[in-house]
Design a protein around this ligand. Structure first.
Ligand SMILES: [Zn+2]
Length: 380
């Protein structure tokens, strides 16, 4: 199966009066990966959950990625999932959610104010899904191409009313029971940590060379802040694969694991109105979902969800002359495009139809039959 990495040749750039960009681009890819809907295990309980977040990934980003990676008959990895739904995503007191408020809905099931992380709009503590699952012996991993203290991953372990307090959020990660966290953000941690229980790695090669599973906890920091691809940090694919290996090997005697993996910079490319940047991030995101899907096909007990917090950039795809695509950005902010969710594996059937983003949290716990989980602790 061939993939086209440089998907669109940007022919021309022009600026609108408000500074947003129009990019006219040629469709280069040809069909490489046709639809092959995966089987679904209806009404079976899930043991593990992998939640993929494409930050800022609205339906136009998905459409453009599909067309440019393989053409009209192509399917992205998650477009072969058997269940899809639509997610409503306003935050408390704001139609336009940010990543912090959206991630709090998945992590804790409650709408909060933009900028808040797993505290409610009155600044009250909200238990997160990793915390709830850890009581039952589960392990949690987090992967992001931003700093690991950035809003989306942070909502899964931090409880604070400001997403910008990165150093405080970093302390909360160290104090949490997140078993493996891979991303950027070394400048926010007081390194070396006095807590020797956490194995720190800062070199992508260590991801392959170290026996990560011999450590109780792993923190991988591959950039000072967000990961800069020009410096060849580990890809989202590599980090997701290694986090999966770690969690899978350590939960053979445990109830299961929860992994969140974020394509953080799809959003940043939208803010930058940059199609080439967005597609490069999207290819890595799609590869990461494909690798996790292969794991889930073998494992048969893993639910995979793919969704977004909001769309970014007001991306509109238009028809110029000829066969190219005109990608017009209409804002440098978040927009109100509807968001999709794609589900595969046991419990996937719970994610069809139109749902509020807070319901994703509820349905994940239902898929695991949380109330009836044994509270066995891991022995390895
Ligand atoms: Zn954003």
């Amino acid at each position: 199966m061939k993939k086209y990495l440089l998907l669109l040749g940007v022919l021309s750039l022009s600026s609108c009066q408000d500074g947003t960009l129009v990019e006219e681009a040629v469709l280069i890819g040809t069909d490489t990966n046709e639809a092959a809907t995966l089987d679904n295990s209806i009404n079976k309980k899930a043991k593990n959950i992998i939640l993929f977040i494409g930050d800022g990934m609205g339906p136009s980003q998905v459409e453009l990625a599909r067309l440019s990676m393989g053409g009209a008959n192509h399917r992205l990895s998650f477009e072969n999932f058997p269940v899809t739904g639509i997610v409503l995503n306003s935050s408390a007191q704001n139609l336009y959610t940010d990543s912090a408020a959206a991630a709090t809905t998945w992590a804790a099931g409650v709408k909060t104010k933009n900028g808040y992380l797993s505290v409610d709009a009155d600044n009250k503590f909200l238990p997160t899904i990793p915390e709830l699952l850890s009581i039952k012996g589960y392990l949690t991993g987090l992967v992001a191409t931003s700093s690991i203290t950035h809003a989306t991953p942070a909502a899964f372990y931090a409880h604070i009313n400001s997403r910008s307090k990165h150093k405080k959020i970093a302390e909360m990660l160290v104090e949490s029971d997140i078993a493996i966290a891979l991303g950027g953000g070394s400048e926010f941690f007081k390194l070396p940590l006095s807590d020797q229980a956490i194995h720190i790695i800062d070199n992508g090669n260590s991801l392959d060379q170290d026996d990560l599973a011999q450590h109780a906890r792993v923190l991988g920091l591959f950039g000072e802040d967000g990961l800069d691809r020009r410096l060849s940090p580990p890809t989202q694919l590599k980090m997701t694969e290694r986090a999966l290996d770690f969690l899978d090997s350590k939960t053979s005697n445990c109830p299961g694991f929860f992994l969140m993996s974020e394509g953080s910079q799809i959003d940043w490319a939208g803010h930058d109105n940059n199609v080439k940047y967005m597609l490069a991030e999207f290819v890595d995101f799609d590869d990461s979902v494909a690798a996790a899907t292969e794991f889930a096909k073998q494992d048969k007990e893993t639910l995979i969800l793919v969704t977004a917090d909001h769309a970014t950039g007001g991306l509109v795809l238009q028809k110029p002359k000829g066969s190219s695509i005109r990608a017009q950005w209409t804002t440098t902010s978040h927009d109100l495009s509807s968001i999709n969710i794609y589900a595969y594996g046991p419990g996937a059937e719970k994610f069809s139809g139109v749902m509020d983003n807070t319901e994703i949290f509820d349905r994940m716990l239902q898929a695991l039959d949380y109330e009836n989980l044994d509270s066995n602790n891991c022995v390895n």
